[in-house]
Design a protein around this ligand. Structure first.
Ligand code: ZN
Length: 474
């Protein structure tokens, strides 16, 4: 009897062990399956490459607002949205939408998007990565039969124009959805005189002022907006991290500085008697660089410029002179006039104002000392856009859990929080709803170039974090 019990116990033990063994293999398998590499990496990368071949130009990538390639790209994206189980449509500004209702079609929707247009001689990830990773994440939920479990509607939007190459006006697509695109934008014309309205009409899209306003989303119908985008800078690569969340998008001011002096013969006017606007411009530009490198040395602390402002400036302020011209621009003439542009960006609007104030004062002093005249004109201003705190926390959780899963639950450092120095659709959409962004590492920080590159595994990480974000809304 005892022997029988022992034998039975022995078999029980064996079968338990075998069961536990197959269980852990299953766990390993299911953990791998949790990562969906075939959808979130392999297919996403293949789609980015395919989209990267949809170009109006031979030999390089160019897709501008409503160009033949843009329309083909939109249709391709629409097909992928349908493949992910989304209901699709193209609106009257050429934006491509794909939506799923979730449990409650009348609750506020999550928008996830980026742009389908490109610059001239572009890379294949700028804009497209945000669209493709969102579709891939939804495709995973569809494959799991879980699209219907989403607590609220989720809508992916591929915006028709962010770069503004064709009409010299950024955000045609997202500004229309946000309701901030003026009706006058329909009459903007491209180099060959074709207006925005005509470009749409050529593609059988009739748009009038009224239906432009109808494109605006109702604020009460939207929960928030999320955008995944390549970083377009070198910080993530330098930190060795594939993803970050974004703190905000920098505000920007563009100045035009005109310096006028006394035009003269390069050989005959003694150095002591010159009023040379070129040398003055050189001093002004070096001043700009010094001020923007060490704003704390230049700005005084008072009510207008608090400690925190100076601190945020020292980490976010960037200033650039990208364009300069002189008149008459001859090697044997002391110029009569030099004109240059200044681009100033910072996350803190008050700090940016303080920099412009200080810069202008010091520039005028230099011009006085050099006996040249200085005119500083403000050509463009855009306020900074801060990402929403709750969304930032959710995206931080999502990116961290994606990175943790990919590293087999090894310890993962805190996900960095970066500022965006470049504008994004999120900027326009911030007029409609709160926004949050994820940045993805790109090689060398290079973008707007065919050299733009994102590792396959980083594409995977991007898709996995959108998936993790959506899972928190189920
Ligand atoms: Zn972009």
């Amino acid at each position: 009897m005892n022997r029988l019990l022992f034998v039975l116990f022995f078999f029980f033990l064996l079968s338990t062990l075998a069961f536990a063994g197959s269980g852990s293999t299953q766990n390993l398998e299911s953990r791998k399956n949790d990562l969906y590499p075939e959808i979130l990496r392999d297919e996403a990368v293949a789609r980015l490459n395919e989209l990267g071949k949809v170009s109006d130009a031979e030999g390089y990538l160019e897709r501008t607002f409503m160009s033949p390639a843009s329309v083909r790209a939109g249709n391709l994206i629409r097909g992928w949205m349908e493949d992910a189980g989304l209901r699709t449509w193209i609106d009257q500004m050429g934006n491509v939408h794909g939506q799923v209702d979730g449990i409650n079609a009348s609750s506020k929707a999550i928008l996830i998007g980026s742009h389908l247009d490109t610059v001239v001689d572009a890379g294949i990830f700028d804009g497209s990565l945000g669209v493709v990773s969102a579709i891939s994440a939804l495709k995973v939920l569809n494959a799991r039969g879980e699209l219907g479990n989403l607590l609220r509607p989720v809508e992916v939007i591929a915006f028709s124009d962010e770069e503004g190459v064709r009409f010299q006006s950024t955000f045609l697509g997202s500004a229309a959805v946000a309701g901030i695109l003026p009706a006058s934008a329909l009459q903007f014309s491209d180099k060959s005189g074709v207006t925005v309205q005509e470009a749409l009409k050529e593609n059988s899209i009739q748009i009038s002022e009224e239906n432009l306003y109808n494109l605006k989303y109702d604020q009460d119908s939207v929960w928030g907006y999320v955008e995944v985008h390549i970083e377009q800078g070198p910080v993530l690569e330098w930190k060795g991290v594939p993803l970050s969340v974004v703190k905000g998008i920098a505000g920007q001011t563009r100045l035009k500085v005109t310096v006028r002096g006394s035009q003269g013969h390069a050989g005959t006017v003694p150095m002591s008697m010159r009023q040379d606007p070129m040398s003055a411009a050189a001093e002004l530009i070096v001043l700009l660089e010094s001020l923007c490198k060490r704003p704390e040395d230049f700005l005084s602390f008072d009510d207008h410029c608090k400690d925190s402002t100076v601190q945020s400036l020292s980490t976010s302020l960037v200033c650039t002179v990208g364009e300069i011209s002189s008149w008459p621009s001859a090697s044997n003439v002391i110029p009569g006039q030099v004109v240059f542009t200044v681009d100033i960006r910072a996350i803190d609007d008050m700090g940016r104002e303080a920099v412009i104030y200080e810069l202008s004062n010091r520039m005028y002093q230099i011009c006085d000392r050099r006996s040249v005249s200085c005119i500083i004109e403000r050509k463009h201003d855009a306020g900074a856009v801060m990402c929403d705190d709750e969304l930032r926390q959710q995206l931080k959780f999502a990116t961290k859990s994606a990175l943790k899963k990919m590293s087999d639950n090894q310890f993962v450092d805190e996900v960095p929080v970066l500022m965006s120095g470049a504008g994004h659709d999120a900027m326009a959409i911030s007029h409609l709803t709160r926004v949050g962004m994820i940045f993805v590492r790109c090689r060398g920080g290079v973008s707007h170039s065919p050299e733009e590159h994102v590792l396959d595994d980083d594409v995977w990480a991007a898709g996995l974090s959108v998936l993790a974000f959506l899972e928190t809304h189920m």
